[in-house]
Design a protein around this ligand. Structure first.
Ligand SMILES: Cc1cc2nc3c(=O)[nH]c(=O)nc-3n(C[C@H](O)[C@H](O)[C@H](O)COP(=O)(O)OP(=O)(O)OC[C@H]3O[C@@H](n4cnc5c(N)ncnc54)[C@H](O)[C@@H]3O)c2cc1C
Length: 296
């Protein structure tokens, strides 16, 4: 019987495992090696790690588990959770089953690529989701925002700190009058027709193509794709979910516990604000709270 099975061994899951390992609890970390930022060559905004490759940060973290012998790593995924607090059974892709008293869900989310040719190839390279993660590297270049609802106005306002050459692509949507007026006031270009293609080579963007046939030269496009949890474990378990502008996340209380007692969640899958440092902080707290719940 394990004390905790952690499903997802990336930034949130490893942070939880570190605290539980330091508390000498029996932990199994399951991971399928697909962290969300694997498409980017470099990660930014992470104190002490700015500019490192995501996989290098994770490899360094994994290497630090050597002293914590009660933590076991398995390159395997979880497909099913049964049972209840103190008596869960996790079934793995391999068919193996692990009994555990607690579970932490830290399997992250999946960004859903829209059906625009070239979009997925440039994702994480020049089609970007976060100005703080990537803005500095494309500063003073020709930047664009692909309209994705009311949040687009906020991203557009932020990007003015990174460039004066900004274009908003309405992508055939009706842009809110207030946003439209702001764009006119700030002299930000608005391209109305539907986006039909991302012109790129090896992920490096050169233009955005729209339905009129026009190609608008661009160096980076900021977007907000919809997202979904990376597994369907939340649906199997009937977990309470929170609706966010870009998709659903798992609802947790202030202890990071989900609506099922004994199951915790941390990182992107349970957070409206998503970044590596925030996933690490949430994982740390979920690990600590989970440990407290195991004390007699
Ligand atoms: C292109 C891109 C670039 C980014 N750049 C930055 C940046 O520069 N700075 C920053 O702070 N944030 C950045 N982010 C955000 C960052 O990637 C996430 O906030 C962070 O990875 C969340 O960590 P997590 O541990 O919650 O989930 P993830 O890192 O996504 O890890 C989830 C883990 O769970 C595993 N998993 C999935 N399903 C299962 C299963 N069934 N069983 C077991 N394991 C499973 C996956 O393989 C994965 O390893 C970026 C995001 C993207 C998309």
């Amino acid at each position: 019987m394990q004390d905790v099975v952690i499903i997802g061994g990336s930034f949130a899951g490893l942070s939880a495992a570190l605290q539980l390992g330091r508390a000498r609890r029996k932990v199994t970390v399951l991971d399928t090696a697909t962290p969300r930022n694997r498409f980017a060559d470099h990660a930014h905004g992470i104190l002490g790690h700015d500019g490192k490759a995501p996989q290098d940060i994770l490899a360094a973290a994994r290497a630090q588990f050597l002293p914590y012998r009660s933590v076991t790593f398995r390159n395997d995924g979880a497909s099913l959770i049964e049972g209840e607090k103190d008596r869960f059974v996790v079934t793995l892709f391999s068919g193996d089953r692990i009994e555990t008293r607690r579970i932490i869900l830290s399997h992250g989310i999946t960004d859903i690529m829209p059906d625009i040719p070239g979009f997925a190839r440039a994702w994480g390279k020049t089609v970007l989701h976060c100005p703080y993660c990537h803005g500095f590297e494309v500063a003073d270049r020709r930047l664009g925002v692909l309209y994705f609802g009311p949040l687009s106005a906020h991203v557009t306002a932020m990007l003015q700190d990174w460039t004066e050459d900004l274009t908003v692509f309405a992508d055939g949507h009706e842009v809110e009058p207030e946003f439209r007026a702001k764009l006119a006031h700030k002299n930000i270009k608005l391209v109305e027709p539907k986006v039909t293609g991302i012109i790129e080579a090896g992920g490096v963007l050169s233009a955005v193509q729209v339905a009129s046939g026009a190609e608008i030269g661009l160096d980076a496009l900021f977007v907000g794709p919809r997202q979904k949890p990376s597994t369907n474990l939340h649906a199997q378990l009937g977990l309470v979910m929170d609706e966010m502008p870009l998709g659903q996340i798992i609802h947790v209380d202030e202890m990071y516990q989900t609506s099922v007692p004994g199951i915790y969640a941390a990182g992107d899958v349970a957070s409206p604000r998503q970044s590596v440092p925030l996933a690490m902080a949430a994982g740390n707290l979920a690990g600590v709270n989970c440990h407290h719940s195991l004390l007699d």
